[in-house]
Design a protein around this ligand. Structure first.
Ligand code: 6PG
Length: 250
């Protein structure tokens, strides 16, 4: 396993910075596998939610070969989805399918896809209904995912919670259809309450283009950026990043 060049605690965030993207990928695979094993050992099952984007793709490609992970015990979900069919190049499901699901390691009925091909509001409703078939809400009405993998955009968005977008204010639903003005499109996304109920959130961040957002979220306290609002209420937020993204923290 790759060793972090820097490990530090910054308020509620555990930050690990790796020499380069290859080391980040290696460390992320090892850490995700450890969380999955621990979770399955403790509770017999594990509910995992995956983000899209380019950073996690090489990590997902290593999922099928993860040692000691019984994928038949994992409920595999998505953090967000673009409002497109799976055949579209932007589909997060399509990316994860090519990277991992094609291995058939996860039983079909444990794969919970966001139906991005539908009208966004219908997709959000359908996905939330599906999550409710196996995720029981806590007394405050929100479920507890065991592990949520997140990225961060150069603008500080995470999931499909973009700056100034309507879903930032959604404290009621598990899943929201979110209009993203700068993209002139809808996204479907887990909401802040659901993400912040997770036992563990893990940010996977690579590239110098993330430096500004990383600095705003982890250094300049009080940031209004969406990624700064990810503070798991009684879980852990772990940030794994490469040196390019984490340079401001070195
Ligand atoms: C998505 C993701 C999104 C992503 C960030 C970072 O659907 O694109 O959920 O939140 O994590 O945009 O993406 P990169 O890893 O490609 O930089």
């Amino acid at each position: 396993m790759s060793t972090a060049v820097v490990r530090k605690q910054i308020s509620s965030a555990e930050v690990l910075i790796y020499e380069d993207k290859a080391a980040l990928v290696d460390a992320a695979v090892t850490q995700i596998a450890a969380v999955l094993r621990e979770c399955i050992t403790a509770r017999g099952t594990c509910t995992l939610a995956l983000s899209g984007g380019s950073t996690p793709q090489p990590i997902y490609q290593r999922f099928a070969a993860m040692s000691g992970v019984d994928w038949t015990k994992v409920q595999l979900c998505f953090v967000d989805e673009r409002n497109v069919p799976v055949s579209h190049p932007d589909s997060n499901y399509g990316m994860v399918d090519r990277a991992f699901l094609e291995s058939d390691a996860v039983p079909q009925d444990h794969i919970h896809r966001i139906p991005g091909e539908l009208d966004a509001a219908q997709a959000a409703q359908a996905y939330e209904s599906e999550l409710r078939t196996f995720l029981k809400p806590e007394p405050d009405g929100f479920p507890v995912f065991d592990l949520i993998l997140l990225g961060i955009g150069p603008d500080g968005h995470t999931a499909s919670l973009f700056p100034q977008s309507p879903a930032l204010a959604d404290q009621e639903h598990w899943v929201a259809a979110n209009w993203v003005e700068k993209m002139q499109t809808h996204r479907i996304t887990l909401t802040f309450p659901v993400i912040n109920h997770a036992r563990r959130c893990m940010f996977l961040v690579a590239g110098a283009d993330k430096q500004w957002a990383v600095t705003q979220v982890l250094v300049n306290s009080g940031s209004a950026l969406p990624a700064a609002k990810i503070i798991p209420r009684n879980g852990t937020a772990t940030w794994l990043m490469d040196r390019d993204a984490g340079a401001p923290l070195l």
